[in-house]
Write a protein that binds this ligand. Sequence first.
Ligand SMILES: [Mn+2]
Length: 445
Amino acid sequence: MGAMSGPPCQLMAATLRTLLDDLRTAGELVEVKKSVDIRHIATLVDQAKTALLFRNVAGYQMPVLSGLIKSRDRIAIAMGCRFSECEAKLRHGLDHPLEPVMVPRGAVQEVVQTGDDLDLFALPVPLFSVYDGGPMITAGITLARDPEYGLNAGIYRFQVKERDLTGIDIVTPNNLRKFAEKAYAAGRALPISISLGTHPFELMAATYKAPIGVSELAIAGGLRGEPVLLAPCQTIDAPCIADAEIVLEAEILPVGWTKPEGRFGEFSRLMGGLHFNPQVRVKAIAMRRDAIYYALHMPWENIWVSAPIYEAALRRVLKEAGVQVTAVNVTPGGCCHWHAVIAIRKHPGDGKNAILAALSVADMKHVVIVDEDIDVFDGTEVEWAIATRVQADRDVVVTDPWRDPDDREVRGRRDDSRQRSARAVPAHHVRLCRRDHARRRARRR
Ligand SMILES: [Mn+2]
């Protein structure tokens, strides 16, 4: 990706710090000044109605920020628009990408620790669920470069294992996994930078799975209306996000998908199984002098960046299918991932075409199509429409099985498939109005 040079240490307009000011003004941030045990952070965040900034975590130097975008209102403040407008803003970013700009040095590089000074255990990384296999770094925007595909940004989690060693969860197919597989096949390590404490513009763009070869950071630039600033790392050949709070300079080791990682309480609010993943060697930790550790809270916090992404994708495929969409809600009950309620201005036959088109988006599982007079954000209205306008034998479409994120073929890797094969993968996907209890029970194990 052709990043241009710019003046040193210039600041992007919106950073994590400017967002903290905005949240404070809106009454959406509470600073906890008294000493807090790191083991209590996740529960306090679960119970809080605001984002929390823990100034004094017992045994650690660094403050912890969590729950930053754990609500519809807070993601809207971060995006600088109403929540219902986030999807349009994202689409604008997708249509007007801006390539990142390279600066010689980033604000994040005030302190750089290497060698014996480097200690991941000095970072206040909280546990989120009681059965988690270890502390997980959850908010890291991971940048990697591939000679063929260019720069990729994505969010992957890292289980802290040793002073300078983590896992990386790239068990499912994604672009970084493709880069890592290429490096592994060539027997070399893949350099990655992990930027923590960025503005949610970068989180949203990195959550968006751009087609391989398209840089998510250019989309972040489109969202911002100004380029993202990158700085070169000091120990690896990869850039990092210049305005982050902390950057881990690292490489994915060519050990294959062999190292156990997890379990982990997933965004679905269910306990995930053990994954087999590569390991990551951390070569340097760069940070601001007064760095804040951002713990993206699990489950839940990341769903609000997903919803506008899936809404944008649904609008795109439905437009292709010739269906006139008036409103889309990718619902939090479906973890902003599996369920959509879509209002359409209908012509004969549109309802079923809309269902089939919508099911092709990501991992959509149940789709409800309603007329445009129904408010898709009002669960009671949607249920009323189902009660009065749906005859199940005529209006419900149940498809044959197709790609499912839990399918062994999709999950790949032998070790993981062994894990998965013990679980029930449903023979049918009931795409409307029927819940899949067997699957839920299986996931709870
Ligand atoms: Mn990508």
